[in-house]
Design a binder for this molecule. Structure first.
Ligand SMILES: *Cc1c(COP(=O)(O)O)cnc(C)c1O
Length: 342
């Protein structure tokens, strides 16, 4: 049976046209800056994000981990929202790779205010760790793909700068926020020293992320990339698919958002659903009511109907829309959810 896969937008498979874009890519040794296609991708993303330079990396995780390493020294403190990827899904990387401590903030739908940053800043002291870096996630994945409001994310960066902190944006799904709001990417990233976008999520490429910042930041990032084995060779094969994604798969993110909104609307009307988090973009997170199946049980029921979903905790489910789930898949999902939770 063909499964409809709503587990994650990482499940997208490169289309035939995307694969064909790789066939004729001009390639060279990336470590020696000799891969023209990778260089073109980095220049294009640097311009898109309003930064001087950028570096191609195998994953978004490596973007976060390298950025933290560049911005901090061992013993420093990194401030971010409690549900964020770099705390929960990077195997303790900030501690292992950079030797930093994390100060998690309890936010609102994955976002937090400048005042909350003020509350946790450490005054200079012989005893306390030094507050060094603020990280934000746009969109906020585990809060349902929430889009940070522009004034909130800009105000936070301003407060961080005033306090002498560096700023980093995990923009794995920044382009979802761009398509949703019409606010250009460079406006979102303006107050952030480093930022990145992922190509292997809703953009549909098989591998790749690009980390951007000042020329000096990227020079330092390159050294860490080399050190931890992230430097590549003929990476233009991958970069060509990422360039294809920028040309063809950005505007269509609006379709993913429309389908996610439809799923959220369906869920809101079902007796077995306790709450649905605001579904701003392509992620729908909901909690099951007491008398409904548990999350693992519902995942099994959906799977029997040909649908894959993710259980996050005993009663929480995440569904993600992307370019490999169409209206027919969404109809099937909504029908199945209604049958099990109605
Ligand atoms: C997926 C994701 C990452 C990590 O990206 P990979 O390319 O899977 O390593 C980081 N942050 C967020 C918000 C993500 O959703």
């Amino acid at each position: 049976m063909d499964m409809y896969d709503f587990f994650s937008d990482t499940k997208t498979k490169p289309s035939r046209a995307m694969r064909e874009a790789a066939l004729d890519a001009v390639v060279g040794d990336e470590q020696k800056d000799e891969d023209p296609t990778t260089r073109a991708l980095c220049e294009r993303v640097a311009a898109l994000l309003g930064k001087e330079a950028a570096v191609f990396l195998p994953s978004g995780t490596m973007c976060n981990e390298i950025a933290i390493r560049v911005h901090t020294r061992p013993g420093d403190e990194v401030i971010c929202e409690r549900s964020c990827h770099l705390i929960n899904f990077e195997t303790g990387g900030p501690a292992a790779i950079s030797g930093v401590m994390i100060q998690p903030i309890d936010g609102e739908n994955g976002t937090f205010a400048a005042a909350q940053l003020g509350d946790v800043l450490r005054p200079p002291s012989r005893y306390a760790p030094e507050s060094r870096l603020v990280c934000v996630e746009q969109t906020a994945n585990m809060s349902g793909g929430t889009v940070w409001p522009l004034d909130r994310i800009a105000g936070l960066a301003e407060a961080a700068k005033t306090a002498g902190l560096a700023t980093h944006m995990d923009g794995a799904r920044l382009l979802n926020a761009v398509v949703k709001t019409g606010v250009p990417a460079a406006q979102w990233t303006a107050g952030y020293d480093s930022c990145w976008i992922d190509f292997s999520k809703g953009l549909g490429a098989p591998v790749g992320a690009v980390l951007a910042g000042s020329a000096d930041f990227v020079t330092r990032a390159w050294r860490i990339k080399q050190q931890i084995g992230g430097a590549m060779r003929q990476s233009g094969i991958l970069a060509a698919m990422c360039l294809y994604a920028l040309d063809h798969n950005v505007d269509r993110l609006a379709e993913d958002h429309a389908r996610a909104a439809r799923i959220a609307e369906t869920l809101a009307g079902l007796a077995g659903v306790d709450q649905v988090l605001p579904a701003d973009t392509n992620i729908v997170i909901f909690d099951l009511a007491e008398n409904a199946p548990t999350a693992p049980d519902l995942v099994a029921l959906l799977e029997a109907d040909g649908i894959l979903a993710g259980a996050f905790g005993a009663r929480r489910i995440r569904l993600v829309t992307h370019l490999d789930v169409d209206d027919a898949a969404t109809d099937a999902l909504c029908g199945s959810l209604s049958a099990h939770l109605g």
